[in-house]
Design a protein around this ligand. Structure first.
Ligand code: ME8
Length: 516
């Protein structure tokens, strides 16, 4: 039985259309999910929309529509984005689903049964934009006497009767969790932030609201709906069938990794494990807080008018091009910047001019001059050297980096392999050998075709469609990482009499945008 691997993105607020930050998270998570599948793991990958809470209610009110209608329409755009960006999720969850209400009520009852819930009056600061409660000591003064959260969003004074969760009881168990599992929160910088926050003391958390009714009803407590984060975090369980003892729940829980943005690490690394401990449910193995994507170095906001539509970017530059750009440009965990110019220049340099050109000139030369795959050429040490280098990169360096969520590091290793091939092709000049030394040319071309196939497999989690098209041209049989160990594929294919059709280019050169 393949080893199970459960990975999730955050679920997005459908109070607007998806932006490039949402696309980035979905793409990065998809690359990891695809990588694990190609490593032979039995993967369950979930994403979706987080539809409750005051932010949704207020946005709907401002737009003059009903909240469920807003959720329905906007959730559809997130689903469209998932399809448009080739995101291979196994489940798209919506928190408005009845099954999710049932799961949230079940975890609530489990926390109640542990004696961790009590009714009291909440008075304090709340940020609707973050859907978060903040302590007075965390706030700063903004313009016009407005108080701001650590995320820079306005907070308002809230006072109502609510249910509380005894978060304070979990301060020590949480600190022990972080100490015993240094990889529970990654990257390191976020782990330090969380530890400092928890060491500073935890107040009990208000977990229900009475001033609006758009949410999951608190069981046995009329007039209360759950604080949106209680139900939102529970989505990770709902998707596997909790509270029923389903096959998926037994197989995939606890999650291997929750991929989220840095602004919501506190919810995932403090509240979520505390809720789970209280409900006696095993904890996820890891929470990874990626960085933020900035438009030309500036924070994106609707008022600045610089919120890019990811579907438009993908249509303009190509889905794989957008994926490649985002995952190579930004070190996973750090913030990064994007612009049309940066997408064009990176994709042209790495994909069109380096990998695409390597494949195109090699395969079209063979198609034109030989038709079938060359065998029995006269090998020289340079061939073995390249083969060893490509084997090291595709079988060791790339998978080791991807397995550790080092997406850009894996891509860098891959690119070193592409450059090595281009150097080899220039040094060996097979075109010149055609007349002077065809036996030597055959060995060079064979070495190149093998390398191109290996590089196409290794990079396929990042650019799945382009890799598949290239592997189709080669009629490649095995396409997972185990296939990289199979060195006989070439001989079998050549012996089958396979003829290479004139290849079509996989990576068109992109035009530099005229406007800035
Ligand atoms: O936080 N760059 O939803 P959300 C990169 N519903 N990532 C970004 C980003 C940016 N500019 N802006 C947002 C929520 N994100 C909650 C999550 S999970 C149980 C509930 C990331 O729509 C953000 O960090 O505001 C989060 O991981 C995801 O996009 C959804 O953000």
């Amino acid at each position: 039985m393949a080893d199970p691997f459960y990975i999730t993105t955050a679920i997005s607020y459908p109070n607007g259309r998806p932006h490039i930050g949402h696309a980035y998270e979905a793409i990065a998570t998809d690359a990891i999910a695809r990588f694990q599948r190609l490593m032979g793991r039995d993967v369950f990958f979930m994403t979706g929309t987080d539809e409750h809470g005051l932010k949704m209610v207020q946005t709907a009110r401002d737009k003059g529509v009903e909240t469920p209608a807003l959720a329905e329409e906007m959730s559809g755009y997130f689903r469209d984005m998932v399809a448009a960006l080739n995101i291979s999720c196994d489940r798209f969850i919506r928190t408005s689903e009845p099954a999710h209400h049932a799961a949230s009520q079940a975890i609530w009852r489990a926390m109640e049964a542990s004696g961790d819930l009590y009714l009291d009056r909440y008075e304090g600061w709340y940020s609707v934009r973050d859907e978060a409660y903040y302590d007075e000591k965390e706030l700063t003064d903004g313009e016009g006497g407005i108080k701001l959260s650590p995320q820079g969003t306005p907070v308002t004074w809230t006072a109502e009767e609510t249910w509380f969760f005894r978060l304070s009881k979990y301060q020590e168990p949480l600190l022990k969790l972080y100490a015993d599992n240094p990889d529970f929160i990654r990257p390191e910088s976020r782990r330090n932030e969380v530890m400092r926050f928890v060491e500073g003391g935890l107040s009990d958390l208000s977990i229900s609201r009475t001033s609006f009714d758009w949410g999951v009803k608190v069981p046995g407590s009329d007039g209360h709906v759950m604080y949106v984060w209680v139900d939102a975090l529970t989505n990770y369980l709902t998707g596997l069938g909790y509270p029923d003892d389903t096959e998926n729940f037994r197989k995939f829980w606890p999650a291997d990794v929750h991929i989220i943005g840095k602004d919501i690490v506190r919810f995932h690394a403090v509240y979520w494990p505390a809720f789970l401990m209280s409900a006696n449910i095993p904890l996820p193995k890891q929470v990874f807080g990626h960085g933020f994507l900035l438009n030309r170095g500036e924070k994106m906001s609707k008022s600045l008018g610089n919120v890019a539509d990811p579907i438009e970017l993908a249509e303009r530059f190509g889905v794989d091009q957008l994926r490649y750009f985002l995952l190579s440009e930004v070190t996973f965990g750090n913030d990064g910047s994007y612009s049309a110019e940066a997408i064009v220049s990176r994709c042209n340099a790495d994909l069109a001019n380096s990998f695409g050109n390597l494949a195109q000139r090699t395969l079209s030369f063979i198609a034109k001059n030989l038709g079938t795959l060359p065998t029995g050429g006269r090998s020289e040490p340079a061939d073995t050297e390249l083969r060893n280098q490509i084997a090291q990169i595709t079988r060791k360096d790339v998978p080791a980096a991807f397995a550790d969520l080092g997406l850009s590091q894996g891509i860098e290793a891959w690119l070193r392999g592409v450059f090595a091939c281009n150097q080899y092709i220039d040094a060996q000049a097979p075109w010149a050998l055609r007349k002077t030394d065809p036996e030597r040319m055959n060995a060079v071309l064979e070495t190149l075709v093998r390398a191109i196939r290996d590089l196409a497999i290794a990079i396929s989690p990042i650019i799945p469609d382009a890799s598949a098209r290239l592997l189709d041209q080669l009629n490649a049989e095995g396409r997972d990482y185990a296939a990289l160990e199979d060195e006989q594929w070439y001989d079998r294919l050549a012996a089958s009499g396979f003829t290479l059709a004139p290849p079509t280019g996989i990576f068109p050169r992109l035009e530099m945008p005229a406007e800035a």
